[in-house]
Design a protein around this ligand. Structure first.
Ligand code: ATP
Length: 193
């Protein structure tokens, strides 16, 4: 999976439409303190459905919307779009928009989708919302000390297996439910006979 492009508008300090072309071999983003380097990473985390205020470095969900300056009014919405190329070479654009009135939209190639669909595309491409995809400064220690079960889960997620494990889990639950229904049906049949 390749992250080709990131487009941010109205998100944290990025008031104007800002496009980062990541197609080249970008290995680092440099800039003065407070210039918005971490906000770039926050934008990707946010798009992937990060729910933790601590991880997002906000107090409440609307804090991601550009809050305005003396010269500029606050933004009406925060938008983050990423363009990815998956392992099969398909190019897809994924997006998230939060309006100041609380409306949230998730997009895949301009279609409105659920967060679940978006995570599935990213999960299949080997990028989950779990913390290993994006490792923050304070998470390196946590990762080194992680128990083996967690490390295994992280590797499975990174390898794109987790999507299938989740689907398997759902299928097994449905199978269990169907078995119970069948047993109940057999009981009724027994009584009728
Ligand atoms: P450092 O090198 O110090 O870690 P950085 O380049 O990573 O800094 P960020 O933490 O990404 O910088 O950006 C911080 C800036 O983003 C601050 O100036 C903060 O005021 C601004 N900011 C955060 N949220 C908003 C918002 N909702 N509206 C406007 N500005 C915001």
């Amino acid at each position: 999976m390749k992250l080709l492009e990131l487009r941010i508008k109205g998100f944290k300090s990025f008031v104007k439409n800002t496009t980062l072309n990541l197609d080249a071999n970008v290995v680092s983003i440099v800039g003065p303190n407070g210039s918005g380097k971490s906000n770039i990473v926050d934008a990707i985390r946010w798009l992937l459905g990060e729910q933790s205020s601590k991880q997002m470095r906000i107090e409440e969900k609307f804090d991601v919307i550009f809050s305005g300056t003396e010269k500029l009014p606050p933004a009406k919405k925060a938008e983050v779009f990423i363009k990815i190329e998956d392992d099969e070479g398909r190019i897809r654009t994924l997006g998230k928009i939060l309006s100041a009135d609380g409306k949230i939209q998730y997009k895949i190639d301009n279609r409105n989708v659920r967060l679940k669909d978006l995570i599935e595309v990213m999960g299949g491409a080997g990028v989950g919302k779990s913390f290993y995809s994006i490792i923050g400064q304070d998470q390196v220690k946590e990762l080194i000390a992680a128990p083996s079960e967690l490390l295994r889960a992280l590797i499975e997620d990174a390898a794109g297996i987790k999507v299938y494990l989740d689907k398997k889990e759902i299928a097994l639950r449905m199978l269990e439910q169907t078995k119970e229904n069948l047993e109940r049906l057999n009981d009724i049949l027994y009584e009728v006979e």
